[in-house]
Design a protein around this ligand. Structure first.
Ligand SMILES: [Zn+2]
Length: 510
């Protein structure tokens, strides 16, 4: 009896009234508090090195996902979608080496699709553990994943209609899987330390990349030792409007760091803002429509903020602005709910008077009818609509109606993929085919490249500088070789740290 009691770690044995309580205990008459503790004790675990596996964003910028594994727990950091055509689409599954039912917890850095887009696959596979992230990320990731499920369902239906003879295409997950996944979210505040799995605590700090974005430090206990592993997530540029700047950690044994723009700095933001003002003034003077293909989250809210400032400073007279994207409308509502997280400049402007007063010419057009009615709207007017690369969505209809008008302007504010209509416009094509129609491009096409949500090389090095004194091991991820090789060289040259450049599926011991 006593041997089995010792084995199961009965707490009664450790108290001064041990004998009495222990007697009750072995007779099965004890209170729940002193029933034998059947949880496995340390001695049940084979101590092993902490392992880190790269399930995405290794040598590329999409599909972010890493697994930290100890003898007691497995924690997944992000589970993003691979983006791009063909081969990359086939990678959007649960890797064979990852068993969703053996994951203890997930921590999520932010709500972009390339960080959260595969999460519903976990719910589909039966995962019911917690997903820890900030409250705004819960809201934005939910929006993004619902949109992703919807687009996949529409795409599959379209394919099956077109190719009835072929094997039916199926979405990788549906709205039900997304809802099941959303139910698993657990909100955490910045700086709060939370135990996410046995022996693993997480702390989130501001990453300055999008609302709710975080860098995460995992404090991992294994074999009586503690290791700090920092995941940068996506780091924002310093001094960008609206968001607070990223916060650097000071202590780490291992760092997984993004390297998207490890090779260069962006054009100074102030120059880009001045250019933007010039383009808006020009469009207002020509009394045409200014069409802005936008990505719903981040860029849209940034432009609205800059427009509000321009109206407040009377740089341009107020004129109608239309937010013609259901997703951008929802994302903007979420941003406005969390103004307390915005930077000091934003807070100061808001204290003078709410920015919504400056934006009283802003109108949301959620329905297709609202959107179509914009065809009859006289200029000047600014219309923000998706898709950001002009690959579909409402912006296509506005372009069709306005590209041939010399008084119209198109403002490209984001990256335009190879072969997209947006890229052809940026490249100066004078004739494009849309909806089977040839359209002469007479509108003015402007490009603004300085509104990146990612830190350039200098800001990445600044973020790392806080950790450098601890001389951690470093793995560079979330970057093509073009970005990560120059950053690797710079870190080695400045701090003497040779960085790791992990491959997809690679596991390293910490
Ligand atoms: Zn991101």
């Amino acid at each position: 009896m006593s041997r089995s009691g010792r084995k199961t770690g009965c707490k009664c044995q450790q108290t001064k009234v041990a004998s009495q309580l222990y007697l009750l205990c072995i007779l099965g008459l004890s209170s729940p508090r002193c029933r034998p503790d059947t949880r496995p004790t340390k001695t049940h675990y084979q101590i092993m090195p902490i392992k880190l596996t790269f399930f995405g964003a290794a040598g590329g910028v999409t599909g972010s996902s890493y697994l930290v594994q100890t003898s007691r727990a497995r924690v997944l950091i992000d589970f993003g979608m691979f983006q791009g055509r063909g081969e990359k689409e086939d990678m959007n599954k649960v890797p064979a080496a990852l068993d969703p039912l053996k994951i203890d917890a997930v921590v999520l850095t932010h709500g972009h699709l390339d960080h959260c887009g595969r999460l519903p696959l976990l719910a589909k596979a039966g995962y019911r553990g917690a997903i820890f992230t900030t409250e705004p990320t819960i809201q934005l990731a939910s929006l993004v994943m619902r949109d992703s499920a919807h687009l996949q369902e529409v795409e599959a239906e379209r394919y099956n209609r077109k190719h009835p003879e072929k094997k039916p295409s199926e979405p990788i997950y549906n709205a039900k899987n997304v809802d099941e996944l959303i139910a698993l979210f657990k909100p955490v505040n910045y700086y709060q330390r939370v135990e996410v799995a046995p022996g693993i605590r997480a702390q989130f700090v501001e990453a300055g990349h999008m609302l709710g974005s975080a860098s995460i430090r995992l404090t991992v206990e294994e074999g009586g030792k503690t290791k700090n592993i920092v995941f940068s997530g996506d780091i924002g540029p310093k001094g960008a409007p609206i968001l607070k700047d990223s916060v650097g950690f000071h202590q780490a044994d291992f760092v997984v760091m993004e390297s998207t723009y490890g090779d260069r700095d962006h054009k100074p933001l102030a120059e880009t803002v001045t250019e933007f003002e010039g383009i808006v003034k020009c469009a207002v003077a020509s009394k045409g429509k200014l069409l802005v293909p936008v990505f719903a989250i981040g860029r849209t809210q940034l432009l609205l903020y800059l427009l509000a400032q321009m109206f407040r400073n009377r740089t341009v007279p107020k004129f109608p602005i239309f937010l013609d994207s259901p997703m951008a409308i929802e994302a903007t509502k979420i941003y406005w709910e969390h103004m307390n997280l915005f930077d000091e400049d934003f807070q100061a402007l808001s204290r003078e008077r709410p920015l919504t007063q400056d934006l009283n010419t802003l109108k949301a057009t959620p329905t297709a009818q609202d959107s179509m009615a914009l065809n009859d709207q006289p200029g000047p007017a600014l219309i923000m609509a998706g898709a950001g690369m002009c690959t579909g969505g409402r912006i296509m209809h506005h372009l069709r109606h306005n590209l041939s008008k010399p008084e119209a302007c198109v403002l490209i504010v984001g990256y335009q993929g190879e072969g997209s209509l947006g890229r052809r416009l940026v490249d100066g094509e004078k004739e494009v085919t849309m909806f089977g129609e040839k359209i002469q491009v007479k509108a003015t096409i402007h490009t603004l490249g300085g509104f990146s949500a990612h830190a350039g090389q200098t800001d990445l090095m600044d973020w790392f500088s806080y950790l450098a004194a601890a001389h951690p091991r470093v793995a560079l991820t979330h970057g093509e070789d073009r970005g990560r090789l120059p950053l690797s060289k710079l870190i080695q040259g400045r701090y003497g740290i040779k960085t790791l450049l992990p491959q997809l599926g690679e596991t390293i011991e910490l």
